[in-house]
Design a protein around this ligand. Structure first.
Ligand code: UT7
Length: 333
């Protein structure tokens, strides 16, 4: 007879702590505009604010790594959850700016946190990465094979920006956010739906790769902003409706909407289409810029630490980005 301990499936998982980390240097629009002008790249605070709502972003100092920033966010989430690193048996990192080709940056974070055992891997879904990671971690916790996970979004997008391309370099910033997710018979993750459409990969990509020791293709982020804008507004509305229905909630029962923080115009259009009052949406794009996979957990942690998001609140987390990928997770905090 098999005496091995059996995995006991659980009903779901819940978030027991949130955290975040930012590089030291906050760069306001005026400072960035002046730096870009020295390169002959012309933009203005007025254009950036009017078209995007961004007022500042954080930019990493040389030597800072995606793993280092992610580990800081993870420590802040562990502290908020009042649990120790050695109780973590799963690390899922969402990032498009991995420190190395391999091993995964999740493994580097595991080592930095001094965690031994369990599983660690990266999820690559660009700006939808955190939402993808949360859904994947929830599915693993439900099996009973893992008990407590760190789900992290950590990005150093400043490293893949073309600082001579004003259509992209003013939009993005660096940062990391994290949650501790625990297996629970009182599920906090109520519903999730993930989507991808690879036929639209070209409208937002960093297409370069390393081949025989050389960079082949374009190593910088490129985006057809208008094409992405149109898709983002459509899929965020559709995805919100789909997941609210799956979770048995109406828009009026939703306490907080946290869409991927790319552009204030996308956020307000999404809230308007859903009939959700703008005051029930968390907005951090003004202070962080677009931090890709870090944007949703950064905004979640900001909302929690400001006292806006509280235990028992329903929160809809939404990602959309390169792939194209999009998806939503409905959470009861
Ligand atoms: O994170 C993944 C998801 N990403 C997104 O959701 C991003 C979605 N897209 C957007 O947020 C917007 O499309 C952008 C912010 C990227 C651009 O805003 P837009 O209103 O679509 O501007 P546009 O591309 O239509 O450009 C308008 C004008 C152009 O000049 P002309 O052709 O009208 O003379 C651009 O050359 O603005 C010019 N422009 C700028 N001017 C000053 C573009 N970038 C800049 C700039 N400063 N930084």
């Amino acid at each position: 007879m098999d005496n091995a301990p059996r995995m006991k499936a659980v009903a779901g998982s819940r978030i027991i702590g949130t955290g975040s980390a930012l590089p030291q240097r906050a760069v306001g629009n005026e400072e960035l505009v002046a730096e870009l002008a020295q390169r002959g790249v012309h933009t203005s605070d007025a254009w950036i604010v009017e078209r995007t709502g961004i007022r500042q972003r954080y930019l990493a100092e040389p030597g800072l790594t995606t793993a280092g920033l992610g580990a800081r966010a993870a420590r802040s989430a562990l502290e908020a959850a009042a649990v120790t690193a050695d109780s973590i048996d799963l690390i899922v990192l969402a990032s498009s700016t991995a420190d190395q080709i391999f091993p995964s940056t999740a493994c580097l974070i595991q080592a930095e946190l001094g965690i031994r055992g369990g599983a660690a891997f990266d999820v690559q879904a660009v700006c939808s990465g955190f939402v993808y990671g949360l859904a994947v971690a929830d599915a693993l916790l439900r099996t009973g094979a893992h008990r407590r996970a760190l789900v992290i979004g950590s990005e150093l997008f400043s490293r893949i920006l073309d600082w001579n391309d004003r259509t992209t370099c003013v939009l993005f910033g660096d940062g990391a956010g994290a949650v501790v997710l625990e297996a629970s018979d009182r599920p906090g993750l109520l519903a999730q739906r993930l989507h991808a459409d690879g036929s639209r990969a070209r409208i937002l990509c960093t297409a370069g790769r390393v081949d025989q020791g050389k960079i082949e293709g374009d190593p910088f982020l490129r985006m057809d902003g208008q094409a992405v804008f149109k898709v983002a507004v459509e899929v965020l509305e559709a995805s919100a409706r789909e997941v609210l229905e799956a979770g048995g909630l109406t828009v009026s029962q939703l306490d907080w909407l946290i869409p991927h923080q790319a552009n204030i115009r996308i956020l307000t259009a999404t809230a308007r289409r859903l009939g959700l009052p703008a005051e029930r949406m968390i907005v951090t794009v003004d202070r962080h810029g677009n931090t890709s996979a870090a944007s949703v957990p950064l905004a979640l942690d900001w909302g929690v630490r400001c006292g806006m998001i509280r235990t028992g609140h329903s929160v809809l987390l939404q990602g959309v980005g390169g792939g194209l990928t999009w998806g939503s997770v409905l959470v009861r905090m």
